[in-house]
Design a protein around this ligand. Structure first.
Ligand SMILES: [Zn+2]
Length: 303
């Protein structure tokens, strides 16, 4: 099985092209991940190497997951399509995931291209040439609207080069108070119309727990577009477990649910874990126990 949603974490070094804002450097999430993963925040090279070693080892030990799409994270771009470092909280460079995949064939490169960057099409071509399998975006944090028609050229290139489009859906907690509407999966229609394989992250859940306003849209997109999928990443987290419960009651859509973890986030068992501590296997176990066993493998999607 392939994990379609696995994050690379990397601190900026002089050469790796990554960014981390002062705000994020101080944030509780950064420290929590560093602490949980045993990473030295004051030594970027060592922290980056250790993160990849630990991820490779955990994936290598998994009984159920053999490959993982390793995700980069692009930044925010200004109106002229240039990187706006002042608005970018963190950036994980595409070359980091491309290089990691070269070093370990269990990783598939999931690059990140903000469609509003001026060289978006060229970057998609370059990454496809280097073996990328998908483009990950987070519209709320990257400050763009995926439904803008000026992005059609990029979507056409992605369809042509077999790059899937994995988009975060719903509320983004690090952006409270900003425009959240670009997290609506209905805004992915243009990419779907251009024939791109679109994957909405986290089962289309908002992450707000109380109600799932995008479930109707999800059903409609599944019915209308054979190239629309959702991933099951993060669905065992407390704020998304309501969506896990709802999706498990839609067995008719099983063939559109792609397995994902949202590594390195923890996997909660909800009383149904089988006691395995490997995060990939735990996610498989918990999803299966809730009636959502992985049904389609990203590696087997029509291309
Ligand atoms: Zn994620």
């Amino acid at each position: 099985m392939t994990d379609v949603h696995c994050h690379l974490a990397a601190l900026p070094t002089k050469t790796n092209g990554c960014l981390l804002s002062k705000r994020m450097r101080k944030s509780a999430i950064t420290h929590l991940i560093a602490w949980a993963e045993g990473l030295p925040l004051d030594d970027a090279e060592a922290a980056n190497a250790r993160y990849l070693e630990r991820l490779s080892a955990e994936l290598g030990r998994s009984k159920t997951v053999k490959k993982a799409v390793l995700l980069a994270m692009d930044g925010v771009y200004d109106a002229s399509g240039r990187l706006d470092e002042s608005k970018t909280d963190f950036l994980i460079a595409n070359d980091c995931v491309l290089n990691a995949a070269k070093a370990n064939p269990a990783f598939l490169p999931g690059v990140s291209i903000n469609p509003s960057r001026r060289d978006a099409v060229e970057e998609a071509e370059r990454c496809a040439d280097a073996g990328a399998v998908l483009v990950k975006v987070l519209p709320n944090a990257q400050c763009f609207d995926p439904s803008e028609s000026r992005f059609r050229a990029l979507y056409k290139t992605m369809a042509k080069r077999n790059l899937a489009f994995l988009s975060h859906v719903g509320f983004e907690f690090s952006l409270i108070g900003q425009d959240q509407s670009v997290g609506d999966p209905a805004r992915l229609r243009i990419a779907l119309e251009e024939g791109v394989t679109v994957i909405a992250a986290h089962g289309c859940s908002t992450g707000l727990f109380v109600w799932e306003k995008y479930l109707g849209t999800m059903k409609e997109l599944i019915a209308r577009y054979p190239n629309f999928y959702v991933d099951t990443s993060a669905l065992t987290l407390p704020n998304r477990v309501g969506a896990l419960w709802r999706l498990s009651r839609m067995p008719e859509f099983n063939k559109r649910f792609l397995f994902g973890t949202d590594y390195p986030l923890p996997v909660f068992g909800w009383g149904k874990s089988t006691g395995r501590d490997n995060r990939f296997d735990r996610q498989t176990d918990v999803l299966s126990a809730h009636g959502l066993p992985p049904a389609v493998d990203f590696a087997d999607l029509p291309r």
